[in-house]
Design a binder for this molecule. Structure first.
Ligand code: PGA
Length: 255
């Protein structure tokens, strides 16, 4: 982390977990546990049907509720999709885009990730943009090239002034939901590479002000070591974001 230069962001990605009632119970449990811990932004991204209940439960707290995806069109014949306008209308300002599970299982590409990101930014939303290499790419020694290419394609045409509304989540796909975490050194190295690409695209000032999270089996046991690294400005947390005690420990590590 480098709180002098950029905001630390600890975000939970609930994925396809929590009914509205379960989300309310979870928010009510964790709200007092994270109250006053203001050295980082605290976000939970929820399934669409759970968002309204989670928003209501989080009202007046330091917890932000976001969505897990958004479509690029304002409306139309896109069965199963939700637009930025719709999310904004119910009070959602934050959205995850390009998660590896969307890319792996639902055919999302750098092109659709780029379009979705532009639509969310145009609606005034804050985007958590996910990218990262798969196992074969790391083993082949091309992690840096893969990440540089992804970030360039995902951010294509997005101007520097929009970068204040983008958080990059570096998530090595082999570490997501597997219990395998990148070592702090591996994660720091790749987050550094991503920041170098941002320097190339937007200049030093913008690159240094951009929050870059690590995601992939981050938990209460490894968060402090990861967050101690200068280029790791937070976490995107799946499994451990479903357990109040574990998530709070990660927030504590960011204080
Ligand atoms: P995980 O998920 O923490 O369960 O590995 C992270 C993510 O998918 O964002």
């Amino acid at each position: 982390m480098n709180p002098a230069k950029r905001r630390t962001v600890i975000a939970g990605n609930w994925k396809m977990n929590f009914t509205p009632a379960e989300a309310v119970a979870f928010i009510n449990e964790i709200k007092p546990m994270v109250a006053g811990k203001d050295n980082c932004d605290i976000i939970f991204c929820a399934p669409y049907v759970t968002i309204a209940a989670a928003l209501e439960a989080a009202k007046g707290s330091n917890i932000v509720i976001g969505a897990e995806n958004v479509h690029f069109a304002p409306k139309g014949a896109y069965t199963g999709e939700v637009s930025a306008e719709m999310l904004k209308a119910i009070g959602v300002d934050t959205v995850i885009i390009g998660h590896s599970e969307r890319r792996q299982y639902f055919g999302e590409t750098d092109e659709t990730v780029n379009l979705r990101t532009k639509a969310a930014l145009a609606a005034g939303m804050r985007v958590i943009l996910c990218m990262g290499e798969v196992k074969e790419q790391r083993e082949a020694g091309i992690t840096n090239e893969v990440c540089a290419m992804q970030i360039k394609l995902d951010l294509a045409g997005i101007p520097a002034e929009d970068m204040k509304n983008i958080v990059i989540a570096y998530e090595p796909v082999w570490a997501i939901g597997t219990g395998l975490t990148a070592t702090p050194e591996q994660a720091e190295e790749t987050c550094g590479v991503i920041r170098d690409v941002l320097v190339e695209l937007y200049g030093k000032e913008v690159a240094e002000a951009t929050t870059i999270q690590y995601g992939g089996s981050m938990n209460d046991a490894n968060a402090a070591d990861l967050l101690a690294k200068p280029n790791i400005d937070g976490g995107l947390i799946g499994g451990a974001s479903l357990v109040a005690k574990k998530f709070t420990a990660i927030v504590d590590a960011a204080q």
